[in-house]
Design a binder for this molecule. Structure first.
Ligand code: ATP
Ligand code: PRP
Length: 231
């Protein structure tokens, strides 16, 4: 049975706030926001093998998890905060967290892509993706019957080898699609990483939680302002 949010046993939770985050592009961009508000990790999370990284002087710590697992840790209260892509949040079914802030990092789009030729009209379209729920929802809303093929990576290969008619995957520069002779057929969602917060933590640790959200919101605004001249 699911433990009550905020009541997970195991790690000594103490009075610190835990932030679940995945290594790679999300952590590297999130660190820039933390840096802006003067928060630095006690050791380099990218090179450390430790999965719990204290942040200096602030009663905060990072817990390092897989990108798709971030909502689960926060939903169950094993982490107070999480940083997760909107793509991951759209797939997740739990309701144990709020999504108070768009961090405006790890920006990309969730798209339907396929070969630059008309999709077959007869029969059910076969769509390969790791975003099974979002894909089902998207085509159901359009009234299209599709067969969803669940893959864990290298989605771009599926139309090339005849496994699927099209794919639902992330696109940023478009280089991966282009290198595989695929084009965007439709955009499903604009994606960026969001700050999520466990509902119980929001109640119980309200003051410190709200203070951190406000500081991060300020850092997001500053980053946007600094970026403006480039656009
Ligand atoms: P894992 O490494 O655990 O298999 P993953 O491949 O989804 O997971 P990342 O590639 O680091 O991990 O992606 C994490 C998040 O970053 C995604 O959920 C998405 O929100 C965002 N993202 C993924 N690909 C891109 C991209 N090409 N450009 C910008 N953001 C991206
Ligand atoms: C992501 C995504 C695409 C690629 C799109 O893969 O799954 O393949 O980025 O980015 P682009 O439009 O800039 O080429 P990623 O690099 O994260 O590899 P992974 O799926 O193996 O994690």
């Amino acid at each position: 049975m699911r433990p009550q949010a905020g009541r997970v046993r195991g790690l000594d939770r103490g009075s610190t706030l835990a932030i679940a985050v995945s290594k790679g592009r999300i952590l590297s961009e999130f660190r820039i926001l933390l840096d802006r508000i003067g928060i630095k990790p006690a050791e380099d999370p990218e090179t450390s093998r430790s999965l719990v990284i204290p942040l200096k002087d602030r009663g905060l710590r990072l817990v390092i998890v897989r990108a798709a697992d971030v909502p689960t840790y926060v939903d169950y209260g094993a982490a107070d905060f999480g940083v997760a892509g909107k793509d991951v949040l759209l797939e997740y079914r739990g309701e144990g967290f709020y999504e108070p802030l768009d961090l405006d990092i790890a920006r990309c789009k969730l798209v339907v892509a396929g070969k630059a030729e008309p999709l077959p009209r007869a029969g059910r379209l076969r769509v390969a993706t790791k975003y099974v729920q979002t894909t089902r929802r998207h085509f159901a809303q359009k009234g299209d019957q599709v067969e969803v093929i669940h893959l864990y990576g290298s989605m771009e290969l599926a139309p090339l080898v005849g496994l699927a008619d099209c794919i639902v995957d992330l696109m940023d520069t478009g280089n991966t699609l282009k290198a595989n002779g695929l084009v965007v057929l439709e955009t499903i969602a604009e994606v960026s990483a969001r700050l999520i917060i466990n509902k119980a933590a929001m109640k119980v640790k309200n003051a410190s939680v709200k203070a951190l959200i406000a500081e991060l919101a300020e850092a997001v605004d500053q980053t946007a302002t600094d970026r403006k001249p480039e656009r």
